[in-house]
Design a protein around this ligand. Sequence first.
Ligand SMILES: [Zn+2]
Length: 578
Amino acid sequence: MMDLARGFVAILILVTGCRSQLAREGATDGAITDGPGVTDGPRVWDAEATDTSNGPDSGGVVDSGSVVDSSSAIDSISVVDAGSVIDAATAADASSDTPLDAAIPDDPTIIPGAANRILLLGMLVTPEIVVDGAVLVEGNLITCVDGRAACAAMPGAVGATLIDTRGVISPGLVDTHNHILFDIFDDADWYPTQIYQDHDQWPNEARYKAMLDVKQCLVNDSQGKPAWCAQTPYGTSAGSLRCEIDKWGELKGLIAGTTSIVGLAGTTSTCFSSLARSIDSAQNGLGQDKVQTSALFPPSSPSTVCQNFASGKTDAYLVHVGEGTDAKALGEFARLGTLTTPAGCLYAPQTAITHGTAFTSTEFSVMGQAGMKLIWSPHSNVSLYGQTVNIPAALDAGVSVSLAPDWSMGGSQNMLDELRFADAWDNTHWNDRLSAKDIVAMGTVNGAKAIALDNKLGKLEVGHLADIAVFRGDVTVPYAAILAARPKDVRLVMVNGVVLYGDSLLQAAGPAQPGCETIDICGVSKFLCTATSVTTNKLDQTYAQIYTALEQALLLADALTPSDGFSFSPIAPLVRCD
Ligand SMILES: [Zn+2]
C-alpha cells in the first residue's frame, strides 16, 4: 500500500491495494497530482464571513483607542531588560497553576509601519527560556530575539510595524501528525464505538467506512471511490476538492497557533500550503521537501527509505508503527527492523515513530540508542485504545517526544487541544511528570526535530523562519498560558513573516492585498487571511469560498447516500467552542 506522501521524491509507488488496507489514508494519497487545470469552486459568500478584501479599514478595524502613539510605544520599549529573564524552572514549576483572568494584561496595541518588518513585544517563550522582550521579523526571518531595547535598536526596527502583544510570544506550533484530509470531519461524524486493540480493527465500522467513502470521493483519490461519486463533480481531477480540504485543515491548525502540519496531503499541487505550512509537501515554502511519511504498516519500500537517508533525499521519515495495545502492534517495532536490507537501517535518527502506543522500555531503549523520535497523539490513542504511550518510559530512554493531534475524530481539534489533553493525562496518570515547559517543547522544538527542520522552525531564534504564534494569557506563567489557550486566545499567527490570523485589533498587520476576512471565533472577533493575491490554482480562494464548496459537497454526498443512514454535513467547524 501506498504510504509515500512526499512531493520531493514525487515518485509514488502504486501497489495494488485491498480495501481493508485503505485504513486512514485511502492507500494512495500521495499518488494524486492535481494539475494546474483545477478549477475554482463555487464563489458563494457565506453570510458568516465578512469580506474585507479592500484591505484593512483603519477606521473600523483598528480600535483607535488601543493604538498607542509613537512616543509612548518607545517609552515602553525601555522597560525591562536586565533581570527580566524568568527562571525557567520557576515558570515550569508554575505549570500546574491555572492562569488567572485577573492576571491577563490588556488588549494588544499596534502602530502600523512597514509591511515586511514587524517588531513584536511580549513575554517570549523560545521555548527553552522565557524572557520579557522582543522579536524582530524582517521579511520571512527572525532577525532579533532579545530585550526590547536591544531589538528596537536594530536598523530593521526603524519604521517597522510595532505590536505590543501584551501576551506570550512563542514559535508557531509544529504538528507532526495530522491526517489533514479528514479535517472536514470530527466526533460528530465518527467516533470509535468501542475500545480496540490495534489499527486494523476500527476501519471496519460501517460509519467509518461511509465517512471514508466521502473523503475518497471529495479528494478524487485513485482508489476507494464509491460508485455514487460518479454522480458528483468531485471524483475527477478538475472537480477534486483536495485543495479545499487541505486548506480547511491548514486553517484549523492556523487559528490554534499551528504554523507547520505534517498532513499527508498527497499532492504536489500548488493549490494549498499558503496558510499553515503543509510541511510534507513540495510547496511547504522551504524550496524542498525532505520529509517522507508512511501511514500504513508495513510501509512500502522501506529499504528505499534507508537509501534516501544515505543520499540525503530524506531527512525525516515519519512512520506509523505500534498503534494499538496488542502483540501485533507491539511486534511492529521488531518487524520494522527486519523489513529492510540491511536489517535495522530504519533504526536511525531520521526515523520518527508515529504512535508507538504498544511500546515498552525494550523498544524505547532501542529508539533512544538510535536517536529515533516519537510522535505522540494521546487523545486519539485513548479514544481508540483506552490508553496511550508510556511516555515516562520513552523519556527515561532518552527519546525525543513531539505531540500531534492525529485527526479530529476522537482526536483533538488542534494542537492546543492536544497539548491540554497531554497535560491532563500526565497529571492524572503520571503524577505530573511533564512540566508545562516540557509539553510546550513537545509542541514546538521537538516537533521541528522530528521533521529534521529544527534549524529553521520550532524556536524563536535569529535566522529561523518567522513562524510565530502569540497567545493571550497570564504572562507570569507563560508555559501554562499556552496550555490554557484556545483559538479565541490566539492573538496573532505569522507564517514565513506574513501575519495570517489574529485579533481584529491587529488586522493592520495582515496583508493589505487581497485582504482578510473577519471571523468570529468563540465570541472573539478575528481576522483570517486565507486568499493570496495569486489568482491561479485556487490560491485566491477565501475562507468563505472554501467553506461553501466543502459544505455543498457534503450535502450532495449525503443526498446521494440516503440509505446508509449516515450524514456528514455540516462540515466540522474550524473550532468547537464547547
Ligand atoms: Zn495517523
